[in-house]
Design a protein around this ligand. Sequence first.
Ligand SMILES: Nc1ncnc2c1ncn2[C@@H]1O[C@H](COP(=O)(O)OP(=O)(O)O)[C@@H](O)[C@H]1O
Ligand SMILES: N[C@@H](CCC(=O)OP(=O)(O)O)C(=O)O
Length: 379
Amino acid sequence: MSAREAVAGARRLVVKIGSSSLTTVDGGLDVAKLDALVDAVAARAAGTQVVLVSSGAIAAGLRPLGLPRRPRDLATQQAAAGVGQLHLTRAYAEAFARHGRTVGQVLLTSHDVVRRQPYRNAQRTFERLLGLGVVPVVNENDTVATDEIRFGDNDRLAALVAHVISADALVLLSDVDGVYDADPRSPGATLVREVTGGADLAGVRVGKPSSLGTGGMASKLAAADLASGAGVPVLVASAADATAALAGAGVGTVFAPHGPRLSARRFWLRHMAGTRGRLHLDDGAVRAVVGRRRSLLAAGITGSDGDFESGDVVDLVDPRGEVVARGVVGFHAEELPEITGRSSDDLPPELRREVVHADDLVPVVPTIPEPAPAEVSSP
Ligand SMILES: Nc1ncnc2c1ncn2[C@@H]1O[C@H](COP(=O)(O)OP(=O)(O)O)[C@@H](O)[C@H]1O
Ligand SMILES: N[C@@H](CCC(=O)OP(=O)(O)O)C(=O)O
């Protein structure tokens, strides 16, 4: 099945819409655009469970607050988001009500997913909302998100949500009709229709985001890599083509899944979990853990740092300092110096266990290489 067919046939879908596709250029919600998006989703939604990740809270708060442009400081962004999110949710509730659908608002910070328990709570909430026939409308909880706990951009949030709910596909809708090999505002830029691996992006150059967007095309590429690398097909398309995009027509740029579908636990470990420390591995341990997917034993550790407890997530680093894997550690930080470098036979029975069990361990491998750096500026 091609990735476009996967989007068309998806029973569970995450659709992300960017600020620029929901707001007017001078700030303020463009209800006609929002209604058109909802019509497209509702048309597709018969028999499909859709989670909508919607940006636009900050942009929608500009006009009500009389702000001429997107503020730079976090406090004013948060104030604008507080005002704008209300407008956004009300507009979605009204638009979906025309189709007899109920919406539920889900506002997340990265705190809600980096620890295992809140992650499972979020997963359960989505399951219940979808089971009740509700369309969850998700955004970052901008009013309380500090720099430290921000997802940063909703493209990434959408890719994470796609995995949390085990979506069959992810659709990123923007004000541009796909990924171009250069900033589409520059002459001669050509649409890339399909990405099946790193080679398709090797020559791609990204320019600045639109005036209301946050991450620009670079964050869409990173999100598409995250999702497709974990087995979820991705489509990047124009919000103006939403109906065609959701029907699997040949619009936009499609990213074929290029990795095994990770279990929710392994995906969480690789991409979402906050790490509390580092274990330093010798070369033999790196080969065993990354190459042969074995558990990490004390004998292969040369040192550790961080203030972690048993059950926390730590980075596993090779002798050159590169992070090669992540895993749930089975010891407290203060226990490690005693066992570091010692073979199991040499350890007292109560310490004779894996430092990181193979089931709780994921290799960290870059999938699609970074595209070429930006060289084009705005017009
Ligand atoms: N190589 C590229 N391909 C496509 N779009 C690009 C590229 N480089 C820069 N862009 C710009 O990225 C913008 C989309 O990103 P952004 O403004 O963050 O959108 P959104 O608000 O939908 O998330 C488009 O307006 C487009 O002009
Ligand atoms: N959470 C922010 C949007 C952040 C974001 O990623 O924006 P965009 O690049 O327009 O998808 C908001 O609602 O204003």
